[in-house]
Ligand binder design. Structure first.
Ligand SMILES: [Zn+2]
Length: 425
């Protein structure tokens, strides 16, 4: 009797969790057209290889693959943080990120202030740090060049929070001692918004050990499903390929362009600064890619000079982090994405960085926390480079990269927070 009860209780518990069990689906695809065909069913293509793509999903996605008639292989889901990794540090929780930004501001009021992009659907701050040696009024009258670093459109991409956050810490901690950093901070207005999607991030975060593999925000859809893909909700090319109209899907684009409050807030902030903000860096994970427009169509950017700027910048940055630089649609079509809006609608220079690792089987969305520091370090020069050219990215066509950026940065000056205090008890 006891045994039967135990079996029954195991069955009940496995049934109640059946909908969140994760799988990796491997689907053959060798061209961007084949990948776009797959993406158009509403899948998030989490990893692209030369002859196949990988999708991390649930039984829902398996059913969708079956209904789509696509051939696929099912693999065991592996990307979980090990408990032991927490000793090496942790990914910060929502509250820890907000506290980190607020502490930076209160400890360095001369150059840092805490702001918000706005409030999320569930009412959380979309936290942001302003870093500048110029006060806000002066920045406006002097037309100080501004730049935005964003992270975490997608809830499970915790590394995309840590990298811009550590960049804020780097700039502030090195301001007094590093002349190049001081010069940039004193002549730029830097906005770092590491969590565009606070509700999704909060939902996905599980004590720094593992996540729920959530991608979208937490806005309930009519029909009972949850969430919109915030990087399919921007209003340039919205409603095209690689963005689902089915609310159940991971790449659901929302009922209309800019339907989501989180993306309305990004749009309104950037537009308010656009007269002196030329550049955006948008962090995601994973795959080790530097992507530039277009995402929504295969055609190249038609403006020849802009193509040159994008190519030059992307390849220069790739020389530092060894990522692959390419037009986003070379992977597959994805519409309603941030960089298309920033470039196509607002004429800005905008990059998407897909951070480490390069594979689902090397940690995927839940790369070991022990790797955060090295991923940050390998992307530091690209972030500083974007900052250097934030006044006019087209300068890269006529001027050589400053020698301080080509030389080794003094690694010893990179100081980041102690993580022991940041693990949520
Ligand atoms: Zn992403």
């Amino acid at each position: 009797m006891k045994k039967i009860l135990t079996t029954a209780s195991i069955l009940a518990s496995s049934l109640s969790f059946a909908d969140v069990t994760r799988y990796i689906f491997e689907v053959p695809a060798a061209t961007r057209e084949e990948r776009t065909y797959i993406a158009n069913f509403g899948f998030a293509l989490d990893e692209v290889q030369s002859d196949r793509v990988f999708i991390s999903g649930t039984s829902y996605d398996r059913d969708l693959l079956n209904r789509s008639g696509l051939k696929f292989i099912e693999r065991k889901y592996q990307d979980r943080w090990e408990k032991a990794d927490v000793k090496a540090g942790t990914y910060r929780s929502y509250n820890s990120v907000v506290a980190s930004l607020q502490n930076l501001a209160s400890n360095h009021p001369e150059i840092a202030s805490y702001m918000v992009l706005g409030k999320s659907f569930e009412g959380r701050d979309q936290p942001m740090l302003r870093i500048s040696g110029v006060n806000p009024g002066q920045a406006e009258s002097a037309k100080t060049p501004a730049i935005l670093y964003q992270g975490c459109h997608h809830a499970r991409e915790h590394l995309s929070v840590e990298v811009p956050l550590r960049f804020a810490e780097y700039l502030i901690n090195n301001y007094a001692s590093n002349e190049s950093v001081k010069n940039l901070v004193d002549h730029r207005e830097i906005f770092i918004a590491p969590i565009v999607n606070p509700d999704g991030f909060f939902f996905d975060y599980t004590n720094g050990i593992s996540g729920k593999n959530w991608r979208k925000n937490r806005h309930p859809n009519s029909g009972g499903s949850m969430g919109v893909d915030l990087n399919r909700n921007y209003g340039f090319g919205w409603g095209g390929g690689g963005a689902s109209d089915d609310p159940n899907n991971d790449t659901y684009r929302g009922p209309s362009s800019f339907s989501e409050i989180e993306i309305q807030n990004v749009r309104d902030f950037v537009k308010s600064k656009r007269h002196r903000m030329n550049s955006v860096m948008d962090f995601h994970s994973f795959s080790e890619l530097i992507l530039y427009p277009w995402g929504y169509q295969y055609d190249d950017i038609s403006n020849a000079k802009d193509v040159q700027v994008y190519n030059k910048m992307a390849h220069q940055m790739a020389s530092w982090n060894n990522y692959t630089a390419e037009q986003a649609s070379d992977l597959y079509i994805a519409s309603g994405v941030s960089v298309d809006y920033f470039y196509g609608e607002l004429g800005m220079t905008a990059f998407t960085f897909e951070l480490s690792p390069n594979s689902m089987f090397g940690g995927g969305f839940y790369l070991s926390p022990s790797k955060i520091e090295s991923v940050f370090t390998s992307n530091l020069k690209p972030m500083l480079y974007m900052l250097e050219y934030a006044d006019n990215p087209a300068r890269v066509l006529t001027e050589s990269v400053p020698s301080w950026l080509l030389n080794n940065l003094d690694q010893k000056t990179i100081k980041t927070a102690s993580y022991e205090d940041l693990i949520e008890k």
